[in-house]
Design a protein around this ligand. Structure first.
Ligand SMILES: NC(=O)C1=CN([C@@H]2O[C@H](COP(=O)(O)OP(=O)(O)OC[C@H]3O[C@@H](n4cnc5c(N)ncnc54)[C@H](OP(=O)(O)O)[C@@H]3O)[C@@H](O)[C@H]2O)C=CC1
Ligand SMILES: O=C([O-])CC(=O)C(=O)O
Length: 266
């Protein structure tokens, strides 16, 4: 059986994922949802069998899985409608779930229709272990993220340091996962994933660092419980079309799609 997938967004992650999926006999990207103004730009980039849409109402009834790879705003705009249609939703913009109303709305929609929300681990490793132990088994979780200075352009980091001329690592944020997810919507989705898997947005402590010495995005988790402790570090180069996004993100998204199509899965 071929699993029919719709993507929300056609940026760096979606395009990289698209190339991974195109030779896979068990997965088909059937539709791509973009903003209305982008439809005519995206159409020529895709083969004619893939429909480019700009309204969630145009989602085909036979879509098995929708993957959001567009940003917080897109998850707010389309997430609930996808789930209400009974279609499972993969989420990359997990940081949007730091908004309690959105989180509750999506969970209710999924519960009522029987669909599922799958938070894609994306750019960070170790989520399986953190999630297996979860809130009941963990007492402290600390996340530290490092990216090259220019990856923090357009964020509140610009108010606290001169990103263009950093010669030493600079801590641009220290606080809760909830505030990090809200303040850094394009850089702290992994923070939200760690929080959701572990002890929650308000208990997970976060440090974000603009580091002129890193060439790859680096995500470090230190987690402790009464009977367990973890320390994970993930370093990934970035995608050519978005130098702030880890290449691991689209690899992880492809894995989630394969999970739905393959009979043996690890
Ligand atoms: N969980 C994880 O590990 C990670 C998650 N992410 C999340 O994934 C998102 C996408 O990342 P990436 O591909 O690198 O970003 P890009 O900026 O390269 O692409 C995002 C695409 O989504 C489109 N888009 C944005 N809003 C909407 C909308 N409301 N409706 C339709 N399309 C929309 C944008 O179009 P336009 O240009 O017209 O706005 C753009 O083409 C990030 O914003 C972030 O939230 C990113 C990295 C890691
Ligand atoms: O791509 C990464 O390394 C992480 C990222 O941007 C995010 O979590 O939003």
């Amino acid at each position: 059986m071929t699993v029919k997938v719709a993507l929300i967004g056609y940026g760096a992650i979606a395009q990289d994922l698209f190339f991974k999926v195109q030779d896979d006999p068990y997965l088909t990207i059937k539709q791509v949802l973009v903003r209305h103004r982008s439809c005519e730009i995206v159409k020529p980039l895709l083969c004619s069998t893939i429909e480019v849409i700009s309204s969630i109402d145009d989602l085909d009834d036979d879509i098995d899985f929708v993957l959001e790879c567009a940003g917080h705003e897109a998850l707010c705009e389309y997430g609930e409608a996808v789930l209400r249609r009974g279609i499972d939703l993969g989420v990359l913009s997990a940081g949007a779930l730091s908004d309690i109303n959105l989180d509750t709305g999506l969970r209710q929609a999924a519960h009522q229709s029987g669909s599922k929300i799958i938070v894609v681990p994306g750019a960070i490793g170790g989520i399986d272990a953190i999630s297996s132990v979860g809130k009941t088994g963990l007492t402290a979780v600390q996340y530290t993220g490092r990216k090259a200075p220019l990856s923090w352009k357009g964020t509140p980091a610009e108010n606290v340091c001169d990103l263009e001329n950093l010669s030493e690592p600079f801590e641009i944020y220290a606080g809760t996962a909830r505030d990090a997810a809200r303040l850094f919507p394009k850089n702290a989705n992994v923070v939200a994933t760690v929080a959701l898997a572990g002890i929650g947005f308000d208990e997970t402590l976060v440090r974000l660092i603009a580091d002129p010495f890193v060439s790859r995005n680096t995500h470090r988790i230190e987690a402790h419980g009464d009977n367990v402790s973890f320390s994970f570090e993930t370093c990934s180069g970035t995608l050519p079309d978005n130098p702030r996004t880890s290449a691991l993100t689209s690899q992880s998204a492809y894995r989630i799609l394969k999970m739905r199509s393959d009979s043996f899965f690890l």
